[in-house]
Design a protein around this ligand. Sequence first.
Ligand SMILES: Nc1ncnc2c1ncn2[C@@H]1O[C@H](COP(=O)(O)OP(=O)(O)OP(=O)(O)O)[C@@H](O)[C@H]1O
Ligand SMILES: [Mg+2]
Length: 91
Amino acid sequence: MIRVKNIIKSYGNKASRFEVLQDISLEIEEGDFVVILGASGSGKSTFLNVISGLERPDCGKVFYDTAEITALSDDELTAFRGKKAKGAVSG
Ligand SMILES: Nc1ncnc2c1ncn2[C@@H]1O[C@H](COP(=O)(O)OP(=O)(O)OP(=O)(O)O)[C@@H](O)[C@H]1O
Ligand SMILES: [Mg+2]
């Protein structure tokens, strides 16, 4: 299960900040088939990068089952991604 809680992600600097993900929360159960729809630039790739641990949100939490990946260090996150990628290949 993937659980996303109150994710906010913005790009830019203080002078010009663009909030791409504005308080996103959802749950994806094992076996769910999910489609992410939105216009170009609406934040689909940003969302996928955040829930896969490639990018960190400004705030909010991402859980895989009971593990909170937003609480992991960079090294722990790299190990986690490696483990999950292997799992995807071997089933
Ligand atoms: N690394 C970045 N630095 C600054 N702005 C970014 C960065 N990545 C994305 N953006 C901006 O965030 C917004 C969302 O981009 P994103 O790539 O997530 O959209 P998308 O829905 O995947 O678009 P597309 O359908 O074209 O793939 C856009 O305005 C984009 O310019
Ligand atoms: Mg995209």
